[in-house]
Write a protein that binds this ligand. Structure first.
Ligand SMILES: [Zn+2]
Length: 340
């Protein structure tokens, strides 16, 4: 089985459309040629020189990294910083580097936070801060086409049929379809290919309201309530972390838990407003711990630790689509933080 860099990326972008990355982010192909035949793939959190060496050792010429090594733009390549050295090494070794960052953070299905929620066995999960990325189209369809239209949607961008009103004569239905903005091109293509007689009467619009499948963080319920101390123990075991920085126990049992992989202090208020008993994230600063204000337990488990299972997630996404392909999880720990 063979695949090009472009074919591998297509699978990753079906899972996490790049349109869902934050404005400040730089996800996507950072270096390399889309047409290049892929010999092997190494998945990691950070593209470092050691990771590139591991890739080369394994015969991989594509590195799929959660964090983008090039983030703010590069003005020169002299090897003066580790970022410059990594990029130079990737080019020299002919290794393509692809980053899938905040777009992967924001997916409800197969996202960074869904993996954390699975590790903690959270139930009834939902996105903590859903994004307003719904789009909508009102489309007149010949009545006989409604069912085939619905069944073809899955493979063509998905979406949700909100209503289908039959006309007075019964030969036409006004179908109202809601979909993720990142899938708009696929939906447009699908609709155009149907050659509908009344296509000019279709009304495309931005839908108001947040999309439950896309956004920041996740919240859910523990399988059983536990004390603060027991929860921290559970957290350390499940997330394989040696150290949790946390606020004072609130005295209440922990049942509802919000999570956000990586730097998640920006969602603390949302977690409190949704009644979370604990908020599991990373990169909290001293003064941000005060903001818990006795309302919940902040548990900072470390940035790398919170995202380490993302590596397996990416490996699974690629392998399930290319079962005979060599996809390795990086053995090099790229965590720059050490505990003594
Ligand atoms: Zn991160």
């Amino acid at each position: 089985m063979s695949a090009t860099v472009r074919e591998i990326i297509r699978i990753l972008e079906e899972t996490a459309p790049p349109a869902h990355q934050e404005e400040y982010d730089n996800s996507g192909l950072l270096c390399g040629d889309l047409r290049r035949e892929v010999r092997g793939i190494l998945v990691c959190l950070d593209t470092t020189e050691a990771v590139l060496e591991e890739a080369a050792r394994l015969g991989c010429n594509l590195v799929v990294s959660h964090h983008p090594i090039v983030f703010r733009g590069l003005k020169r390549l002299t090897g003066a910083t580790y970022v410059e050295r990594v990029v130079m090494q990737a080019i020299r070794q002919d290794i393509a580097v692809y980053a899938i960052h905040t777009n992967l953070d924001s997916m409800y299905v197969n996202g960074v936070n869904s993996r954390i929620a699975e590790k903690l066995e959270l139930l009834d999960t939902r996105i903590l801060a859903p994004k307003d990325v719904w789009r909508q189209v009102r489309l007149p369809l010949p009545a006989a086409l409604l069912e085939p239209f619905k069944s073809g949607l899955g493979a063509n961008g998905g979406g949700e049929v909100l209503s289908a009103l039959h006309s007075a004569g019964g030969d036409e239905v006004l179908c109202e379809l809601r979909f993720d903005a990142a899938r708009q091109k696929n939906i447009e293509k699908y609709v155009a290919a149907l050659h509908l007689p009344a296509l000019q009467r279709a009304v495309w619009q931005n839908a108001l309201g947040p999309h439950p499948g896309v956004g920041g963080g996740m919240i859910g319920e523990l399988p059983f309530p536990m004390s603060g101390v027991d929860f921290l123990h559970y957290l350390k075991t499940r997330m394989q972390t040696q150290c949790v920085r946390h606020t004072a126990f609130t005295g209440r049992d922990i049942r509802r838990v919000a999570v956000c992989g990586g730097a998640g202090s920006f969602l603390l208020k949302t977690a409190i407003s949704q009644g979370a008993d604990a908020y599991v994230s990373a990169d909290f600063k001293y003064h941000e711990f005060f903001d818990a204000d006795g309302q919940l337990l902040i548990a900072d488990i470390g940035h790398y630790e919170s995202e380490q299972f993302t590596i397996h997630l990416l490996q699974e996404i690629i392998s399930s689509n290319f079962p005979n392909f060599a996809v390795y999880c990086a053995k090099t720990s790229t965590n720059p933080v050490h505990y003594y």
